[in-house]
Design a protein around this ligand. Structure first.
Ligand code: AMP
Ligand code: ZN
Length: 133
């Protein structure tokens, strides 16, 4: 897609800190890292987000995410990692080319993903409404 910044990275039109590439995916360092080694994994074929990506392509990308995450864990090394994937501006998606964030985590280094205790009755009602056939 001509106006997509990640397609431009794939095409080599803008530089990136590439750490892995094969026929289907590309992995490179996020230029605004949450933690040391924060990496993005993207499919080479443009699709905007999770819902616009077919199952086969998604499976390929996820296998790549796993491969790159295993490499980062050993090579950094880090103690763990989070996978994040934003869909839509309301969820914080700023680049509309499917991408998975691999966010390395280090023991003792806080990163705020703030949870709060759930209301059990509310969860029960929501579960009843959302349960899939
Ligand atoms: P998201 O908010 O999930 O859409 O994430 C987009 C990510 O892309 C952000 O974390 C940005 O820091 C990152 N980003 C944007 N432009 C570049 C670039 N040229 N090279 C590497 N990372 C980028
Ligand atoms: Zn793109």
């Amino acid at each position: 897609m001509s106006d997509c910044i990640f397609c431009k990275i794939i095409a080599g039109e803008i530089p990136s800190f590439k750490i892995y590439e094969d026929d289907d995916i590309l992995a490179y360092l996020d230029i605004n890292p949450f933690t040391k080694g924060h990496t993005l994994v993207i499919p080479k074929a443009h699709s905007a987000n999770l819902l616009e990506t077919g199952d086969d392509r998604l499976a390929t990308v996820m296998a790549g995410v796993r491969k790159v995450a295993a490499h980062l864990k050993a090579a950094l090394p880090c103690d763990g990692f989070n996978i994040m994937q934003n869909n839509g501006a309301a969820a914080g998606q700023t680049v509309n080319h499917l991408h998975f964030h691999i966010i390395p985590r280090y023991r003792g280094e806080e990163l705020a993903f703030k949870a709060h205790p759930g209301d059990m009755a509310g969860l029960q009602a929501l579960c009843g409404r959302l349960r899939m056939a």
